[in-house]
Design a protein around this ligand. Structure first.
Ligand code: DAH
Length: 367
């Protein structure tokens, strides 16, 4: 075979091989590689051209023309294959990114109110519906409002019973106990919501508002205590009313309405004589057991009654400490533990569940 025939054959084999490879390519990147392999500076066609030197001078343009034709054929084939593959790739991307409007939406988990907050809101609402005004007081209190004005003098055992968290003020923080300024007023985390009685009455007196005062004061309180039924932070609702001729009958009527509304059933209640420094007389209030309807069970320890809150007629010393004339006015007051009532209503066995933030519990209780 002559040199020129051999070259021509080589060219046609190359063209065939390249065209087959182009058709087999599955993506644009593979085609780019093939373009370099066949048409690139060091590619197969350039290789073939090197053989041209062996030809007679008059044969060279003939082969040159054949090479150009192959170059053109391959170039066109490459472009077409590229366009086709680009089209396929675009289709695939559209396919992959297509918005399927029939797909159901991804739902976001929504937060819910904490069961203690739900309880506080429900309780407060029952009192506002009865015409009580909402009052709030500071969680950092002084001894006067938390104790003295509530008829709990410094040496009173009730003061020790309260397991109070005391705060050091900034100036005293780095000073030895013995060097602390005697006039510095010790501050504390309020141990109950009863100081709001004092603050509210003081406020009314300053504003020269005369009784009747009807106040509900929900809020957080603190005691140094922690077990199944005690947490160092918990919630109370304080309620009081001051007017002419307020009696125990008013107290019992308000309690009965409140407890039956909150527990959503007509509950029997009883007042048991007790002692609180800020009320005289004082009573602990029991409700008929919500679990056994008074028959006696494990929860009520067989008695049929559950102790629920402290109450009484506001002590004259308390009224007088805020400037209210205890000869002219009388009042009732009570204070209840919110967690305890929510536990009884919802059948929650352990107080600590409220503060552990276990979402399974919160989800079940959520409203
Ligand atoms: N402050 C009391 C406590 O936390 C509860 C209490 C008892 C409040 C009797 C009152 C009351 O207003 O009259 O233990």
């Amino acid at each position: 075979m002559s040199e020129i025939d051999a070259l021509n054959q080589q060219l046609s084999v190359l063209q065939q091989e390249a065209l087959t490879a182009f058709t087999a390519a599955t993506d644009v990147a593979a085609l780019t590689e093939l373009r370099v392999r066949y048409l690139g500076k060091k590619g197969s066609l350039t290789e073939v051209l090197k053989g041209v030197g062996k030809l007679a001078p008059e044969e060279r343009p003939v082969i040159g023309q054949s090479v150009n034709i192959v170059k053109q054929v391959l170039g066109n084939a490459l472009r077409e294959a590229e366009i086709a593959l680009q089209e396929v790739e675009t289709q695939q991307r559209i396919e992959a990114e297509r918005i399927d409007v029939t797909l159901s939406g991804r739902s976001r988990t929504r937060g819910s109110k904490h069961p203690v907050q739900t309880g506080l809101d429900e309780m407060t609402a029952i009192f506002t519906q009865m015409g009580f005004d909402i009052a709030e007081g500071p969680e950092i209190e002084d001894e006067f409002h938390n104790f003295d004005a509530l008829n709990i003098p410094p040496e009173h055992p009730a003061r020790a019973m309260h397991d109070t968290f005391f705060l050091k003020d900034d100036e005293d923080a780095n000073v030895a106990e013995s060097e602390a300024k005697p006039e510095a007023k010790p501050m504390l985390l309020r141990t109950h919501t009863s100081p709001v009685q004092i603050r509210a009455m003081q406020h009314f007196m300053e504003e020269r508002v005369e009784p009747p005062f009807s106040v509900v004061a929900p809020g957080r309180v603190y005691r140094c205590d922690y077990d199944v039924t005690h947490s160092p932070m918990f919630h109370q609702v304080e309620v009081f009313k001051v007017d002419h001729d307020v009696s125990l009958a008013h107290l019992k009527g308000v309690l009965k309405h409140f407890l039956s509304t909150y527990f959503e059933k007509d509950l029997p209640i009883r007042l048991r004589p007790h002692y609180f420094p800020f009320t005289e007389p004082s009573a602990e209030v029991d409700i008929g057991c919500v679990f056994c309807s008074g028959k006696g069970c494990r929860i009520c320890k067989g008695s049929g009654w559950i102790e629920i809150l402290g109450s009484g007629m506001i002590h004259p010393n308390v009224l007088n400490s805020t400037g209210i004339d205890s000869e002219k006015f009388s009042g009732f007051a009570f204070g209840l533990g919110v967690e305890r009532l929510v536990m009884l209503k919802q059948g929650i066995p352990d107080l600590r569940l409220f503060f552990e933030n276990d979402v399974r519990f919160l989800r079940r209780m959520g409203s």
